[in-house]
Design a protein around this ligand. Structure first.
Ligand code: CTP
Length: 216
């Protein structure tokens, strides 16, 4: 298969020295890229800024902002891509404009940042991007995991939504292990118990291979 994977956070500049970002180490996305390559797939890998080295056999595009990630996905989500896995933690809002110079501290106790919405990249994959292959999203939730993941599955027209609870220190962000709930378009659900992200990635690639076989 040809698989496109997004990974890591995005960074939205406030001024030349500060930014808004998401807590994402990129470990899950990088493990997915490695697992897909190890299973013989071709990987187009689009990554935000992380402290990991990109898999050498992947065709990697490094981006910083949500807008850059959108442009890279739009450019690479061509009709020869069989499956697209959106693992990136994209900023939902960015400062309406980045200050050209460092914002200086004043006497004020409060300052206000005005933010504007970024484009939903996964939510744009079907339309306007016109992608018809397997579409897989991730949902990081602090509560109401099933309800939120099911809503995202439908809204973003995915075949599979992979959800995990975040907010405690044992799973989710910046740790090597995770546990996942899977929600399929046909209503089926599944769970992958707590294990390393490397092992989870291998299982997810097997699941995506089966979805691909069922589709052809
Ligand atoms: N996503 C994306 N572009 C965005 C926001 C999210 O592609 N601007 C993708 C993520 O990569 C993930 C999925 O959408 O696969 C769900 O992301 P998440 O942040 O959990 O959901 P949101 O749609 O942003 O909703 P909320 O933040 O309100 O939970």
């Amino acid at each position: 298969m040809k698989i496109l994977i997004t990974a890591g956070p995005t960074r939205e500049a406030i001024d030349p020295v500060r930014y808004i970002s998401n807590r994402s180490s990129g470990k899950m996305g990088y493990a997915l890229a490695e697992a897909a390559l190890a299973s013989g797939h071709q990987v187009s890998f689009i990554s935000g800024p992380v402290a990991l080295s990109a898999p050498s056999e992947a065709q990697t595009t490094q981006v910083l902002t949500a807008a850059e990630m959108y442009a890279a996905v739009e450019n690479q989500l061509t009709s020869d891509i069989d499956a697209a896995i959106f693992c990136a933690a994209v900023a939902d809002y960015r400062p309406i404009s980045a200050a050209e110079q460092k914002i200086k501290k004043t006497q004020d106790q409060h300052i206000t940042l005005t933010l504007e919405k970024t484009a939903d990249i996964l939510g744009s994959a079907r339309s306007p991007m016109g992608f018809e292959g397997l579409l897989i999203g991730f949902a990081a939730e602090t509560q109401h995991l099933e309800k939120n993941a099911q809503a995202k599955l439908k809204q973003k027209k995915c075949d599979l939504m992979i959800a995990n609870l975040v907010g405690d220190s044992t799973t989710g962000f910046d740790v090597d292990e995770n546990q996942l709930q899977l929600f399929y378009r046909n209503g089926k659900t599944d769970a992958l118990p707590r294990q390393t992200k490397v092992r989870l990635a291998q299982k997810l690639i097997e699941i995506i291979e089966k979805l691909g076989e069922a589709k052809t």
